[in-house]
Design a protein around this ligand. Structure first.
Ligand code: UDP
Length: 333
């Protein structure tokens, strides 16, 4: 099958001369999802054209287009003649239905711009988008792109946008209750929010900036646990923040690292397999935090669960079924 993969074309924050590639140089959940899915599709024998991520490395079966606009994307698509277009850009690169069979994965909150043939990441996200029948396919991870370690170090990890809705402050409060340090990694676009955390949790919270490469994979593998304490208020797209898919959960599990999450959005659907869930806004007291950390699954179980539930090959198979439905003209909302 010939699949055109549309990635959102964003500039890389650390060097605006570069586009964020697939996989990304630093922060980039959608780019990691697209990378893992392409790994799975290539292994299944597909031909893939990647658009919206110039600078990404081509390899057998994968070609990389320089297109970053709807006009240039249209030209590249005409040349490639895909069986299916898979849009991860909410219509940014293909603002029209009906040109090719198209499947659109919704990565954000709320109602997508193009609802036809949508794929959602969680029941919570699908419900908020007003869909009942669209498929839910979890975010993939390629375990061979992660570092797996069974021996952990004595720190907790926050990895993501340092934002109110991602719960960095709640993560620092949890770490203090647990008597452990917290490493905070990720872009801090709301600088005053970060500064307040560092002031209020001095001695517990340490900010190491946006990371990529082996810094990222080592941290994911070494942490005692990843904290994903997303909160339902102050969403960046207006209204309530509903964690849509949470790439970091499968990445941590594939690295042998358990997750402690809030019950926001997708998290109660996916985290019970690989960790523990606490109510949003609840900060455990020391004894509860220690008990939670002691109750988490062991690294080999986490790695196995990540492969079984979210492995790139497993998720690619699910998408191939959905592509086949779209290719024969089936439509859904
Ligand atoms: N990430 C990274 N470097 C950082 C912070 C985050 O590589 O400094 C990655 C992280 O590993 C994950 C992605 O960025 O792949 C964030 O995706 P997620 O779905 O967790 O959050 P969102 O897309 O909602 O921001």
């Amino acid at each position: 099958m010939r699949i055109a993969m549309l990635n959102p074309p964003y500039r890389y924050g650390q060097d605006p001369e570069q586009w964020i590639t697939v996989p990304p140089q630093g922060y980039g959940g959608i780019q990691w999802v697209v990378a893992a899915l392409i790994d799975g599709l290539l292994a299944a024998g597909c031909q893939v054209l990647l658009l919206g991520a110039p600078g990404s490395v081509a390899r057998p079966g994968l070609s990389v287009s320089a297109a970053t606009t709807p006009d240039t994307a249209l030209e590249a698509l005409q040349d490639f003649a895909p069986d299916v277009v898979h849009d991860h850009t909410n219509g940014t690169l293909l603002p029209a239905d009906g040109l090719w069979p198209t499947v659109r994965t919704h990565h954000l909150n709320g109602i997508p711009t193009y609802r036809a043939n949508g794929v959602y990441l969680s029941r919570a996200q699908r419900q908020a988008a007003g869909s009942i029948a669209a498929p839910i396919i979890r975010l993939p991870v390629n375990p061979s792109r992660c570092t797996y370690r069974e021996v952990k170090q004595d720190f907790l990890l926050f990895l993501g946008r340092v934002s109110v809705h991602k719960g960095a402050r709640e993560a620092a409060a949890f770490a203090r209750a647990a008597g452990l340090s917290l490493k905070i990694a990720g872009p801090a676009w709301e600088r005053s929010y970060l500064d307040q955390i560092l002031a209020d949790f001095a001695g517990t919270a340490d900010y190491i900036g946006e990371i990529g490469g082996t810094d990222r994979t080592d941290l994911l593998a070494d942490a005692r646990a990843l904290l994903v304490l997303s909160q339902p208020w102050n969403g960046p797209f207006g209204g309530e923040w509903i964690e849509p898919g949470a790439t970091v959960v499968s990445e941590a599990a594939a690295s042998g690292t358990p997750v402690i999450a809030s019950d926001n959005g997708c998290l109660p659907e996916i985290v019970p397999h690989v960790g523990a869930v606490i109510p949003a806004g609840h900060i455990p007291r020391p004894r509860e935090a220690t008990r939670l950390l002691a109750s988490l699954p062991a690294a080999p179980d986490l790695r196995r669960t990540a492969r079984e539930h979210w492995g790139h090959d497993v998720i690619a198979e699910k998408y191939l079924t959905v592509y086949a439905r779209a290719a024969v003209g089936t439509a859904w909302i």
